[in-house]
Every structure is written in structure tokens, then in C-alpha cells.
Design a protein around this ligand. Structure first.
Ligand SMILES: [Zn+2]
Length: 273
């Protein structure tokens, strides 16, 4: 459908600009700095980033990945975050369509991108992002705005706010129990408190059934990609890989393709059909 293509393209363009802001958020929020002031500057020489040098991705390519003023290299994660935010925004908008859930869905995706960046950088998922994410999910269930055409927060017959609350409790509780069992078995701390809050927040958005699947998808992705990294880098088995990015990917996938993934999962496990 052409409208979907136009919407996805517009969202992708917006996403490039938002991705540029998410770079600032990912750097400053965990350090307790203001998100709006001062304007972006080269971390090496302090030279302000001029607006015409702040065009997402293009500036990085044009300046060949170096500061215009001092020539210090600019991390590749900056243009990568911008490009990924553009792509993810386009897919999110294309899947949701022009509905009241469009903006909440994009905010959901953007928050998860910021959390992913921060977890990769600092092995940290700040409460200042996970708690508002949970709150927004609960609020949306109260006003009844959700992805059109998908089953909502249930458990069948559950009123949406109850489904959202159950999802939150189950998401948090599942990881709490997993972490407890892991610590009891190995004597080592496996999961951070931020992981629990993130899966709780995702549960508030997708409900109790889908949050279990989000964890399943996260664990699947985590073992595939984690295994690949260990294979390529030859790292030891104690190599710490943050789990937040996988939880984020699982939650995002379940938000957009809940019905498909539930059908696929139950088909796979042979519980139906
Ligand atoms: Zn510089």
C-alpha cells in the first residue's frame, strides 16, 4: 500500500533526526547531565557541533568520521545509532499505521534504542528510562490505545489495565525468579536489577502472555548472538554480554507482531494445530 510506504519513509526520516538526539541521551542521561544544554560538542577539543555538521549519517560520511576542528575520530556508534533509529522507526510506523498508537509506538521504540545504547556502553539500564516506560504502558492501557488489529493486553477477557499490570508483575517476577535460581546454582550474580525493571516495563506494554514470549525471544537471540561473539572472539565463558538489548529486541518484536509470534511459538512447541 502506497500510504504505508509514505508513512514508513516519513517515520524513517524523523527517526534519523531522533537518532541523533538519542546519541546525546545515551551519553548524558546516565551521567546525570542536561539533555538540552550545552549543545553537542566534540568530546576531544570541545568545538561545538555546527548545525550543518549535524546532519544524521551524512555528516559522518562527509567528515570521514573525524571532528572538523581537531581531526579526532568520532565513534562509529554515532552514525550507526542514527541509521538504526531511522530503520526501526520506519518499520515501527509501517507496522502500526496512521493510528492513535503511532506516536506511543515510536516513543516505545526510541526509548528501547536509548536503553540498548546505554546498556552496551555502561552495562546499565537507568530507572529514568525504564520507569517512565512502564508508566506510559500502564497509562495507555487505561485509555485503551493499542496496536490496531492485534489482541491487546490479555489474558482473554481481562480489562486492559489489569492485563498491563499483570504483564508488568510477570515480567519483573520472571526475571527475579530466573536471577535467584541462577545465583543459587552458581553463586554468581547473573542479572542486573535494570533487566528486571525493563522486562516489567515491556510487560506493561504487551501484557502477560506476550511478555513471556518476549523473554523467550530475548533468550534465543542472546544465546545465538552471544554464542557467535564467543566463537568469533574466542572469549571465555565468563564474558559478560548485557541482556538489555536482547530484552529490548524481544519486547519490540512482540509489540508489533504479537499475534504472528504467538501463533509461531505455539506451532513450534506443538501445543496447537
Ligand atoms: Zn574536535
Amino acid at each position: 500500500m502506497p500510504e504505508t510506504v509514505i508513512l514508513a519513509t516519513a517515520a524513517a526520516a524523523l527517526g534519523l533526526i531522533v537518532g541523533s538526539f538519542l546519541n546525546v541521551v545515551a551519553h548524558r542521561l546516565p551521567r546525570g547531565q542536561s539533555l538540552l544544554y550545552p549543545p553537542s560538542a566534540c568530546p576531544h577539543c570541545g568545538q561545538r557541533v555546527r548545525p550543518w555538521h549535524n546532519v544524521p549519517v551524512a555528516s559522518y560520511l562527509f567528515l570521514r568520521g573525524r571532528c572538523r576542528n581537531c581531526g579526532a575520530p568520532i565513534g562509529r556508534h554515532y552514525p550507526l545509532t542514527e541509521a538504526a533509529t531511522g530503520l526501526i522507526s520506519g518499520i515501527t510506523a509501517g507496522a502500526i499505521g496512521l493510528t492513535p498508537f503511532l506516536l506511543p509506538g515510536l516513543i516505545f521504540a526510541w526509548t528501547l534504542i536509548a536503553l540498548t545504547r546505554i546498556d552496551l556502553d555502561l552495562q546499565l539500564l537507568p530507572d529514568r528510562l525504564t520507569l517512565p516506560l512502564a508508566g506510559l504502558g500502564l497509562a495507555l492501557s487505561v485509555v485503551g490505545i493499542w496496536v490496531p488489529g492485534l489482541i491487546g493486553w490479555q489474558g482473554p477477557g481481562l480489562p486492559p489495565p489489569l492485563g498491563s499490570l499483570l504483564g508488568l508483575a510477570l515480567g519483573y517476577g520472571l526475571l527475579f525468579a530466573t536471577g535467584w535460581a541462577y545465583a543459587a546454582a552458581t553463586g554468581r550474580e547473573g542479572l542486573g536489577g535494570g533487566d528486571l525493571k525493563l522486562l516489567g516495563a515491556l510487560g506493561a506494554w504487551v501484557g502477560p502472555v506476550a511478555v513471556v514470549l518476549a523473554l523467550f525471544v530475548a533468550a534465543l537471540l542472546g544465546s545465538l548472538i552471544g554464542g557467535l561473539i564467543i566463537l568469533l572472539r574466542g572469549g571465555g565463558r565468563h564474558l559478560a554480554i548485557p541482556f538489555g538489548p536482547f530484552l529490548a529486541a524481544g519486547g519490540w518484536a512482540l509489540l508489533l507482531w504479537k499475534d504472528t509470534l504467538i501463533r509461531w511459538y505455539f506451532g513450534l512447541s506443538g501445543l496447537s494445530g
